[in-house]
Design a protein around this ligand. Structure first.
Ligand code: PHE
Length: 372
């Protein structure tokens, strides 16, 4: 009789989200597929945060257990795995994704189920607009567009710019639109806009059309996977002007092979420079290198911070109850992360500076910081 009661009792508490002695946190990430470095870097950063938190006694006496699923870099698969995390694994919060298109696919499921989601690196404004359970620890693309506009006009000193965007990517089309608006408002001229789709291998037609207009620079708001090939083909047809882009360029794979020379003297904006002497940044690099034998990139830093602000919200809430955690996440103010001070604003975005990096000999060299 007692045993039976125990079984019934357990099966009831089993439905209790976050019940037991572990706090279950879900993550969806592109561990395979064309943008695999996004997922690998972010999951490594997040795991470091979980490990440190657990070594320091966990959250309110409970250990964190991270469940990570691969979405192969696909929006449809993002929906499937976020659903699984919430319905089958009973996670109390979700971290992810890097690519805005994937975050936009996963976020509505978190919102409908009232499970807080923190994206480390998705910069498209629509992601957090999905609802009050969706947060991010990075800046948004209207700001990134302002940063790139200032850089193009003041530092590159260019006025006539062409744009080459990825039409299958919410981040790319969004950043292209914001940039075109900002750049024109600042007195610049957008002399040509061309498109491609992620995974394309031949960009010669678009590049030839761009070349015929004689731009002073080409803005390519895409992901590293395609940018390398675009740069190689641009140089092959005799385009010599600088190319520049946003955070989607960031991966050590960007400058592999012939892309190294093709991208020499090109620029992109991103979230953090590993050359920054700030002890928080240098200490993180050291820990990351020790654990993974690799350099962290922006996604590693941001995912670590995404974990930290979530854990901090749970601590302050004294609970892992999703609604309470959501309320505390919204109150995050001046939290010292490895990417700087994080304050969540009314739109559930973080307001933070951006850095411009220059590609030199295949390395990303710090050029300047732009404050919000
Ligand atoms: N900001 C990009 C997006 O929203 C993702 C990204 C972030 C890529 C940081 C690289 C570095 O899609």
């Amino acid at each position: 009789m007692l045993a039976l009661t125990a079984v019934i009792f357990l099966s009831f508490t089993g439905c209790n989200k976050g019940g037991g002695n572990e706090i279950l946190i879900g993550e969806f990430a592109s561990l395979t597929g064309p943008n695999a470095t996004f997922g690998i870097s972010s999951t490594n950063g997040l795991k470091l945060a979980v490990e440190e938190m657990n070594n320091n006694g966990g959250i309110n006496g409970k250990q964190i257990k991270l469940i990570t699923y691969d979405n192969q870099g696909k929006p449809s698969e993002s929906q499937t795995v976020v659903q699984r995390l919430i319905k089958n694994d009973n996670v109390v919060a979700v971290i992810g994704e890097v690519a805005s298109s994937n975050s936009k696919a996963g976020a509505p499921i978190c919102q409908q189920n009232k499970i807080p989601m923190v994206t480390p690196a998705s910069t498209n404004p629509e992601v957090t607009a999905i609802g009050d359970y969706i947060f991010r620890v990075c800046f948004i693309d209207p700001f990134q567009a302002t940063v790139l506009t200032k850089f193009a006009i003041n530092s590159l000193k260019v006025k006539r710019v062409a744009v080459l965007k990825d039409v299958k990517n919410a981040y790319s089309t969004g950043l292209a639109d914001f940039f075109e608006k900002e750049f024109k408002a600042a007195g610049g001229e957008i002399i040509e806009v061309q498109s491609y789709s992620a995974g394309d291998k031949d960009f010669k037609a678009q590049l030839t059309a761009i070349k015929s207009k004689n731009p002073e620079a080409i803005f390519i708001p895409g992901y590293y996977t395609d940018v390398g090939l675009i740069a190689i083909q641009a140089r092959e047809i005799g385009i010599t002007v600088p190319l520049f882009g946003g955070d989607g360029w960031e991966s050590e794979k960007l400058t592999e092979g012939k892309a190294k020379d093709a991208l020499e003297g090109c620029y992109f904006s991103t979230h953090v420079s590993t050359e920054n002497p700030d002890p928080a940044i240098q200490n993180f690099i050291k820990k990351y290198k020790e654990k993974y034998n690799a350099m962290p990139d922006a996604m590693s830093f941001l995912a670590y911070d995404a974990g930290l602000i979530l854990f901090d919200a749970m601590k302050r809430a004294g609970s892992t109850e999703p609604e309470k955690v959501k309320n505390e996440l919204a109150k995050t103010k001046d939290f010292m992360g490895v990417t700087g001070k994080i304050s969540i604003n009314e739109q559930r975005n973080a307001v933070k500076p951006a850095v411009i990096l220059e590609i030199k000999g295949g390395q990303f060299k710090y050029k300047e910081t732009v404050q919000p």
